[in-house]
Write a protein that binds this ligand. Structure first.
Ligand SMILES: [Zn+2]
Length: 248
């Protein structure tokens, strides 16, 4: 006896199976990351062919079998296929998908992660925010959602909120005095964080998803943000994403 469920989700990746089938991984609101087979999805007239293309957002009906899930139908709510028409957009969308795959879990609700990915793809389409900044916003917000966030509002050690100088440390930011006292400045990940970058991180952490992609930053802030995010992800993720190599 098989059970049927309807899940809201996004196709993260699709790969060919046998002669005509596809295996897809979905990020779903209800079940987090799941994999499923779409039988016959590579036949030209298959009803499953369009809804199993990467970056398709919609509702998927699945038969949950003992060993595998099978997609029986799908209703496309938003098709981000045009992201694949532009090389840079495709590279970034692929990277965002790969990161979501890595950080999401099976059978754990992922409504916020899903909406973040959705709004991120919308931001790529809108073209108002530069792609490298979209990347940093997405990474920081996703890390927070997945429990890898940092303390960015007050000094980790003394709780001061109005410190002029702050530095990146294990777990968050610390004020200048505490950085001096704790010997932080000798650590390899030591980095001074400017006020602008601190505000940018605080905005990314607290903004509604609707307003998340509504600002740009100067070249200097972007450079500092890049440096900070590289160190932060190195330290907390210990993972190399294949699609990252294609980002400009
Ligand atoms: Zn302090």
């Amino acid at each position: 006896m098989k059970d049927t469920v309807t899940l809201t989700g996004m196709v993260l990746v699709a790969s060919p199976m046998k002669d005509y089938d596809k295996r897809v991984e979905l990020l779903t609101k209800e079940r987090g990351r799941i994999s499923a087979f779409a039988q016959g999805a590579r036949k030209p007239n298959s009803a499953l062919s369009a809804c199993t293309i990467p970056f398709t957002f919609g509702e998927f009906q699945l038969h949950e079998g003992r060993n595998a899930n099978n997609i029986s139908s799908g209703v496309i709510k938003n098709y981000f296929g045009d992201l694949a028409q532009d090389y840079d957009s495709l590279c970034y969308a692929s990277y965002f998908s790969e990161m979501a795959r890595h950080l999401s879990r099976e059978n754990i609700e992922a409504g916020e992660e899903l909406m973040l990915l959705y709004m991120t793809f919308r931001a790529i389409q809108a073209g108002k925010v530069k792609m490298p900044l979209i990347r940093r916003i997405y990474e920081f917000r996703l890390m927070m959602l997945c429990g890898e966030g940092l303390e960015i509002f007050e000094c980790l050690h003394c709780g001061r909120e109005d410190a002029y100088d702050v530095y990146f440390s294990e777990g968050g930011l610390v004020c200048g005095e505490c950085a001096d006292k704790s010997g932080l400045k000798k650590k390899e990940y030591y980095q001074h964080i400017s006020k602008d970058v601190r505000y940018t991180l605080q905005y990314i952490a607290t903004s509604s998803l609707q307003k998340l992609y509504s600002f740009n930053v100067s070249d200097n802030v972007m450079k500092e943000l890049d440096k900070f995010m590289t160190r932060y992800l190195d330290r907390y993720l210990h993972h190399h994403f294949k699609s990252e190599e294609f980002l400009v």
